[in-house]
Design a protein. Structure first.
Ligand code: SF4
Ligand code: FES
Length: 260
């Protein structure tokens, strides 16, 4: 075996890892795509570990760990697809987020990464909605449930090329990393605290008035469709293109559209 590699055990099988690999990367190489929301498997994207959709069990550790962050080590024994605790934890995260999403048929992107992950975990939103209160029915916010926002700031159509619908935002922080760390534009931020937190452009300016250069990196990173190409969203914030749509187009058309 190559001296730079080492082995660990994933779901009962010996797998090879490279120094610096995360457990998520090791699992992917072994053929398993662990559910993930706040992690984008692309060059330049730092894992943030905030959504907890990717939890796995590491033998000898009491708490589940975020596979997108945890570095693989020689001899580790990891349970992912075979871990009931991990399955329940992942489903719980997706359920709590799904109940606060716009109904899929009114979603900005019904084929988003978020819905793909919900499908992967067989989340039945109708059934979940009967158990968990919706945002409009809650009097106090919970950890994953964000408080109802002022409607004036939820949908922002001020930008010629991109549409914002914070109803679909799960505050995964990916757009912030896309803007700040990948494109080094530093236009998008996460403002306020707790249930009042939200994505903002510059000093909470309308996106169209901000210093956004319309590179489109945030749109491609957003897992839910909260940030979308403007041409793919109607005036109510819903998607105009039936599933499946391809949001992985290069960013150039967005910049060109903004310039026109
Ligand atoms: S706008 Fe999209 S990428 Fe940004 S925090 Fe919300 S869900 Fe995540
Ligand atoms: S994908 Fe790992 S914590 Fe969000």
């Amino acid at each position: 075996m190559n001296q730079e590699t080492f082995t660990l055990t994933l779901d009962g099988a010996a797998v090879t890892a490279y120094p610096g690999d995360t457990l998520w990367q090791v699992a992917k190489r072994a053929g398993e795509t662990i559910p993930h929301l706040c992690f984008k498997d692309a060059e330049g994207y730092r894992a943030d570990g905030n959504c907890r959709a990717c939890m796995v069990e590491v033998q000898g550790e009491r708490a589940l760990v975020a596979s997108c962050l945890r570095e693989a080590k020689p001899g580790m024994v990891v349970h992912s697809a075979t871990s009931e605790r991990s399955r329940v934890a992942r489903e719980g995260v997706l359920e709590m987020l799904a109940v606060d999403q716009p109904p899929r048929e009114q979603s900005p992107d019904a084929s988003s990464h978020f819905w793909a992950m919900a499908d992967q975990l067989a989340i039945d939103v109708g059934e979940v909605s009967e158990r968990l209160p919706k945002r409009s029915e809650r009097t106090t916010p919970t950890v994953h449930h964000v408080a109802e926002r002022e409607s004036a700031v939820v949908k922002d159509r001020s930008h010629s090329a991109m549409a914002v619908n914070l109803d679909a935002c799960i505050e995964c922080n990916l757009c912030v990393r896309a803007c700040r760390e990948v494109q080094v534009n530093d236009v998008i931020g996460l403002a306020h605290r707790g249930s009042a937190s939200k994505i903002v452009f510059d000093f909470d300016d309308p996106m169209g008035d901000s210093t956004c250069v319309a590179c489109g990196e945030c749109v491609q990173a957003c897992p839910t469709g909260a940030l979308m190409p403007a041409t793919l969203v109607d005036e109510h914030g819903g998607g105009t293109v039936p599933r499946p749509i391809n949001r992985s187009t290069p960013s150039a058309p967005i910049a060109a559209s903004a310039a026109s």
